[in-house]
Every structure is written in structure tokens, then in C-alpha cells.
Write a protein that binds this ligand. Structure first.
Ligand code: SAM
Ligand code: SF4
Length: 332
């Protein structure tokens, strides 16, 4: 039995899930996530892996039962495996999960499974090698597919593809990607593009609504609405006669904030209470000022629950991004 989280916000929502970005760096430059000439943080402004482990332990002691490690690309961080092993050992943690672009999985999947990673999300926006390269700017589809195969061989409890569809780019691939997921006996989620950080196109020009994607998929497959939840904002549909469920993460067309159970920690140690708002507290100064005393951090985290906003406020037509920071900084 796991402890009930004692992190409850001003609206009565229990926070039992943290997403921790362990680096802002990445070997890809996906067009919706980064600009071509990204600058990354100097290394001393990024949490050390020991600091990451310390923070996760504090949150788990406060009752957090699910931890997602993300980035940037978490698996390009040197010694990332050490962190997975440390977190995987924590008593009280129910689920350790990972979001990755898959480029390093061929080498690392088995070790991640042994460290205690239960489920893994792999971002794949296209099954066409050239197009994949265009979207990611540097990615090699074959390497990612080899990583997916290694993950299947490692035997994770769940593997899910994450896909961002963009108009005029890969919006004709929804059916191919779903069929691929069915053939591979894995799940897939479609994430609507969010206005996080300034990229090299206007978000409105590429936006594809999940409502339209669902309509298209319903014309090809028999989809059964599912009440299943993985503790995330996705709405799920089961594909009849398959092992696959399809998730739709729709910050624009469906407001998922009422049931929000998560907070995010950036690679700089900023605790963001909402992906789409600026409310945050900085944990790094406390981590560094009190290396052997967790009490100030615990107090700050408990107090942060008072400033968790009711919801986000994305508007694609705005000239400025809703939130200046990139998803790779905050952690998707
Ligand atoms: N590098 C890893 C990856 O790509 O899976 C983990 C970090 S990435 C920021 C996490 C997820 O965020 C990916 O599935 C990616 O497609 C998604 N993402 C990044 N920028 C986004 C944006 N502006 N809108 C919607 N999803 C975005
Ligand atoms: Fe890197 Fe992931 Fe952002 Fe793509 S979505 S640039 S893989 S962090």
C-alpha cells in the first residue's frame, strides 16, 4: 500500500505525480519544440543528478507515487542511468516512467528496465525516414525504430508512441501511425501542438485539432471509448480487436485542468505548478544552501500548493507564445 500524497492544492486537487526534466539538451531539434539555433543552459545552472535524486526522494516522501523523467532528451545526459537506478529503489514510488525520443534506446532499454522503469513513451512523428529527418532536423528514424524494438524485447509494462501532428507536414500520417501501433501491439497518443517557446513557424499555421484526428480515425477503425486513465490528461479510445489504445492530449479542445494531478520540475530546479502558466518556485537555491537539511525544501514545496493555478490559458492566435519557455526546458 502506498501513502496518500499530502500535496493538496487550493482547489482540492491532490498532486501525486511529478515530471522532472533532467536536461534541456537534445540530439534532435524538432520543429515544434525548438528553434534551429537553440542555446542551452551552462552546465552549472542545471541540477546535478544527485540534486535530481534528492528532490525526487523528497517528493516521494511527501506521497508522490509517480515520477516521469523527461527533458530535453533525458537519455543523452551522461550517467542518466544512475538516476533511474536511484529513483527506482525508492520505497513508496509506484511508477517510474520515461519520455524519450528513442535515439538511445537500442543501447539503454534493457538497463532502464532493470533499473525499474515501468513504462516508456517514445516520440515518433513520422514513419517516413526523410520526413522524420525534416521534422526532427537531425533524427534517424531507423535508429528510433531499433530503440522501439529493444524496448519491446526488454519487456516494459507499456510502450506508447507520442505524436504531434502538424498541418502540411505529417497530418496525412495519423492512420499509418495508428496502424503501426496496432501492428506493434503498443499504444499511441496524439498531442496537440502547444504554444511553448518561440519556434520558426506560427503555431496557428500548423495546428491540427485532435477532434479532427479522432473523426478521421473513427472512419477507419472501430473505436471504443475507454474510461482508462494513466493519471494523465489523455482521453483514451480502444481499437476494437487489438491491443492498442489511442490517447488524445488536447489542451485546446478539451480542458483537462480540473483533474490535474501533476507538477513539473525543470532541469534548473524550478518547480512549475502548471505547464501553461508562469507560477513557480526556485528549488535550486534551497538545494545548494541547505545540502544536508531537507526541511526548507519541504516547506517550500508544501507552500507551493497555494499558488498552483486553476488552469492554463493557451491561445494560438496570440502573437507571442503563451509561455516563453520551451517544452524541452520544462519537460514534456
Ligand atoms: N525528448 C523527449 C521526447 O521527444 O519524447 C522528451 C522531451 S519532449 C519535450 C516530450 C514530448 O513533448 C514529446 O512527445 C514532444 O513531441 C512533445 N512536445 C515538445 N514540444 C511540444 C509542443 N510545443 N507542443 C506539443 N508537444 C510538444
Ligand atoms: Fe528533443 Fe524531444 Fe524536443 Fe524533439 S521533442 S527536440 S526530441 S526534446
Amino acid at each position: 500500500m502506498f501513502n496518500q500524497s499530502i500535496l493538496v492544492d487550493q482547489f482540492g486537487r491532490t498532486v501525486d505525480y511529478i515530471r522532472l526534466s533532467i536536461t534541456d539538451r537534445c540530439d534532435f531539434r524538432c520543429v515544434y519544440c525548438m528553434s534551429e539555433d537553440m542555446t542551452f543552459l551552462p552546465r552549472d545552472e542545471v541540477l546535478s543528478l544527485e540534486e535530481c535524486a534528492r528532490l525526487v526522494k523528497i517528493f516521494v516522501n511527501l506521497g508522490v507515487s509517480k515520477v516521469r523523467i523527461t527533458g530535453g532528451e533525458p537519455l543523452v545526459r551522461k550517467n542518466a542511468l544512475w538516476l533511474f537506478e536511484e529513483v527506482g529503489k525508492l520505497k513508496g514510488l509506484n511508477e517510474l516512467v520515461l519520455t524519450t525520443n528513442g535515439s538511445q534506446l537500442e543501447k539503454q532499454a534493457a538497463a532502464l528496465k532493470s533499473a525499474g522503469v515501468k513504462r516508456i513513451n517514445i516520440s515518433i512523428d513520422s514513419l517516413q525516414a526523410e520526413r522524420f529527418k525534416k521534422i526532427t532536423r537531425t533524427g534517424d528514424l531507423n535508429k528510433v525504430l531499433a530503440g522501439l524494438q529493444a524496448s519491446k524485447d526488454a519487456g516494459f509494462d507499456g510502450i506508447k508512441i507520442n505524436t504531434v501532428l502538424m498541418r502540411g507536414s505529417n497530418d496525412d500520417e495519423a492512420v499509418d501511425l495508428v496502424q503501426f501501433a496496432i501492428d506493434q501491439k503498443i499504444d499511441i497518443s496524439f498531442i496537440e501542438e502547444m504554444p511553448l517557446g518561440e519556434v520558426d513557424h506560427t503555431r496557428e499555421s500548423t495546428f491540427v485539432s485532435n477532434a479532427d484526428t479522432l473523426k478521421l480515425l473513427q472512419s477507419k477503425y472501430s473505436l471504443l471509448p475507454s474510461t482508462e486513465s494513466t493519471g494523465g490528461p489523455a482521453r483514451y479510445w480502444r481499437v476494437a480487436n487489438s491491443h492498442t489504445k489511442i490517447g488524445f492530449i488536447s489542451p485546446h479542445s478539451h480542458n483537462f485542468c480540473e483533474s490535474c494531478n501533476r507538477v513539473r520540475i525543470t532541469c534548473k530546479g524550478e518547480l512549475y505548478l502548471c505547464l501553461g502558466q508562469e507560477d513557480k518556485i526556485d528549488l535550486m537555491p534551497l538545494l545548494r544552501e541547505f545540502p544536508h537539511n531537507d526541511a526548507p525544501l519541504v516547506t517550500a514545496i508544501l507552500n507551493s500548493m497555494r499558488i498552483k493555478p486553476k488552469g492554463h490559458d493557451f491561445d494560438l492566435r496570440r502573437a507571442q507564445p503563451a509561455v516563453i519557455r520551451f517544452m524541452s526546458h520544462t519537460g514534456g
